[in-house]
Design a protein around this ligand. Sequence first.
Ligand code: IVH
Length: 690
Amino acid sequence: MDKSEAKKRVDKLRSEINHHRYLYHVLDRQELSDAAFDSLKNQLAKLEDEFPDLITPDSPTQRVGGKALAKFKKVDHRLRMLSLNDAFTVEELAQWEERLRRLEPRLKLEYFAELKVDGFAISLEYENALLVRASTRGDGATGEDVTENVKTVESVPLSLVGDIERISRVSRDIREILRQFPRVAKAVKNLPQRLEMRGEIYMTRAAFDAANREQKKKGLLPYANPRNIAAGSVRQLDPKVAASRKLDFLAYDLVTDLGLETHEEEHLAAKALGFKTVDLTRTCGDLGGVVDFWRAVAKKRDKLPYLIDGIVVQINRTADFEKLGVVGKAPRGAMAFKFEAEEGTTVLRDIIVQVGRTGVLTPVAVMDPVLIGGVTVSRATLHNQDEIERLGVKIGDTVIVKRAGDVIPAVTGVIEKLRPRGARAFHMPSKCPICGSKVIKKEGEVAYRCSNSRCAAVQRERIYHFVSRGAFDIQGLGPKIVDVLLDQGLIRDAADLFSLKKEDIAILERFGERSADNLIRAIAERKKVTLPRFIFALGIQHVGEETAIDLAKHFGDLPALARASMDELTAVRDVGAVVASSIQDWFQDSRHRALLAKLKEVGVRPQAEVRGAAPQALGGKTFVLTGSLRTMTRDEAKRKIRDRGGAVSGSVSSRTDYVVVGEDPGSKLTEAERLRVKTVSERDFLKLLG
Ligand code: IVH
């Protein structure tokens, strides 16, 4: 390929890559697979390698981040980077308006409100439409040059030219803006030589969760919040670090005067220039509208893809905003209208240890319930031993608890002055609280793990079994939710289910007030479970549903079963030496005894009588099932028989009363015919059930 051909190809590739970058990183639309996108970038990189003088500063290849710096250059901001004053209540907001009215009685105040993203402020400078510099706020007057890091953020445009037409082709929104706001259309077509845009670098919840999963895998400390990673990544001397993190940028402040008259127009211009902007905004004729918006946003807050800590309200008309001026470090014409602090203090009563899916031991704080951001919190993660040491927290301390959106609450500080006498230090146990195996810690890792690789899985499976249909049969509680509860440290064993509170669950993903209520109710209903179900739920090896029923009938209550001798056990139908010793072993294990005690403590009471809602129509009758039934599963059929006092057996004998014959019956039908046992069709069976 000669150079002129290469140039054509390079131009095409760049425009294609940039187009898909925009779709994906700004508009959240994907039209090309990741692999195809990467291959376009590779082709471009190869050509640029071959023809280095074709490289331009806005080429997509320039986003990778160059060499690590020794230190950041200082940048003097042409216009100070200000911050905002805060209001937390409607009253405080009204007082602000009052002050503005007193200051400028003649202004007709109109407001523009948008989300306040919880990230890190950055200023971007473009010259001849090319990004030439990105800087941090610093002290407001002087910041640091972090261009190389910020270039790695894909939603930051490296160039503003040529984009408008292309963008308006893919975004209907932007076509509309350009049509409805001629001043915006004109402004973006005649860009000045220099343009400065400010906004927030942030990390989405999804990227944050992914980053923390990575940390955990590596046995490293989790990040406290997305803002810390965003700030930390931008202020790394090695741009590779920023490149490896999925950062994002939202523009909110067009510093350069493009002849626009309102903040709303500036917001639209930013969007038309190819920047990502906040989707949720409102222009309000009065403060009432702002308050409505604030309330509406508060409701949606947990569902947004990124964390926000309030809304930003400003005087919409640019001229009025300017006229109001600056006091201290903040403009008079703007306010951060924040949400209730999601932090509270409470007393730490205990630290328990939860074993996660990967066998990692996580200390969980058990606290007096406290209302944080409208949610009652009684448990919070302490992450790991290092974090406990860093915080210097002791059992009995008054602690600061933070909750961010639907992230698990965490203990973030200790008020040492309030430490009571006798506060206890916490130590990681040397044995796994679940299986009793040795706890190990690998060199260089923060995490403590259970040395038994099956431990966490076994524990999980036990709880799945405990709540399953044949056991406690808790409506709406399947393995997925059990996983969430375990992973969030809300339960460690089945008994913990019964002390869950609605508030613990309502903040979890996939839950709301109503579904949390339903689950709590379903769990509470099961405190009175039948004895056979209770015995089956314990997961004793070799004790299936049928044996559990026989054991319940024979012993009548749990204590009798627990202290039964081998002889007493083997006297039960179908119980041989293997089953009997398995039962004895189970009850001898101190962890199992502790579980039973805990179940009792939380109010679980096995009911000796098999009291079904239905009359005992099948009392004393033994059934065998063969073939598949159309109207119910086999487990359902078994349960229905038992609920009516009947028994189910796996094989036909002379003692069998009925063989229920479904579709495709097996050898049991032949056997029934041979032994002249009565056979019934599904229809007759349904009649028998009533
Ligand atoms: S306007 C004078 N709009 O919040 C500063 N700021 O607490 C103009 N922030 O420094 C700020 N989202 O870092 C504005 N939509 C938004 C924002 C926003 C987040 C940050 C920004 C600012 C800080 C003030």
